[in-house]
Design a protein around this ligand. Structure first.
Ligand SMILES: [Zn+2]
Ligand SMILES: [Zn+2]
Length: 291
């Protein structure tokens, strides 16, 4: 396995990685998950949401969330995997999403990049059907909808509008321009920024990131993909999140502590866990879920 970039300096205050894929990072068992979270905690990344993309990883993320108190899960079938979605898959996803440590329905949405580049990818119609089903699921279980949107901005927003959005909508790895960001902000959606916002050629995205109010902004790694500047191309893990936080704070002309604290408070609010992340908060969340 290729080596991680050098660990960033510890952040002055804790943050949450709002979207990552621990299994794809190679942390496939309890010891691996704990080691990845220990590396992250050492630089101020206190908790992560690990996200499923197929049925096997949907089962895996729920298990992983029981192995380490710093791990929460999000469950859905990734838009590119929806062509063969069955009724049995829907029933199982619904059962998994209802687990207390699953904090979002995701990642769902539309990916028109892969429909053009890989013939095995689900066609747009299958993606839209699955997206509609996941929107309804989020409303039924009362959990945030975590959207994946690649080259599909118009349809992602249109379908959401047609179906009626759930109470909390998160655009993971936000990739739109300033106009799209403005529409999302006005609709009350939450925008989560990954390493792509640190890429020096991402002019439209960097412009978009400047106009998002503090209360609607999350940060994420989407690891193992999208390693932030200046380590673009190297392996990614939650430990790299501070690179993005510092770069984003500089871009927004903001103090790092302020951005870290507001994004952490947003994560605690939208995902329904306490801040700072402690055992007692988990029990409170679990109790609320059971009642
Ligand atoms: Zn995604
Ligand atoms: Zn992802």
């Amino acid at each position: 396995m290729r080596e991680l970039p050098p660990a960033p300096a510890r952040l002055p205050t804790e943050v949450v990685d709002a979207h990552t894929h621990l299994d794809a990072c190679g942390a496939t068992d309890a010891a691996g998950v704990r080691a990845a979270l220990d590396r992250a905690a050492a630089v101020g990344v206190a908790a992560v949401v690990t996200v499923a993309d197929d049925m096997a990883s949907a089962r895996w993320v729920v298990s992983a969330s029981s192995w380490d108190e710093r791990v929460f899960a999000a469950v859905a079938l990734h838009p590119t995997r929806t062509a063969t979605m069955t009724d049995a898959d829907r029933a199982e996803l619904e059962q998994l999403v209802r687990q207390p440590r699953v904090v979002a329905v995701g990642e769902t949405g539309l990916d028109y990049y892969w429909t053009q580049h890989d013939p095995r990818c689900s066609p747009p119609e299958a993606q839209q059907d699955a997206y509609r089903w996941h929107i309804d699921l989020a409303k039924r279980v009362g959990k945030p909808l975590m959207i994946h949107d690649r080259d599909a901005h118009g349809d992602v927003l249109a379908v959401l509008e047609q179906e009626g959005p759930p109470q909390t909508v998160i655009f993971h790895c936000f990739s739109g321009d300033a106009a799209m960001a403005r529409s999302c902000v006005d609709a009350g959606y939450v925008l989560s920024f990954s390493g792509t916002v640190t890429f020096r050629n991402a002019h439209a995205l960097r412009e978009a990131a400047m106009l998002v109010p503090d209360g609607q902004l999350l940060v994420e790694t989407d690891a193992p993909f999208l390693t932030p500047h200046p380590h673009r191309g190297r392996p990614n893990e939650p430990v790299n999140l501070p690179y993005t936080v510092r770069d984003l704070a500089a871009l927004r002309g903001q103090d790092v502590t302020e951005l870290a604290a507001s994004s952490c408070a947003n994560a605690a609010r939208v995902f329904g866990f306490g801040s700072p992340v402690t055992e007692s908060d988990f029990s409170a969340t679990d109790a609320a879920e059971r009642s």
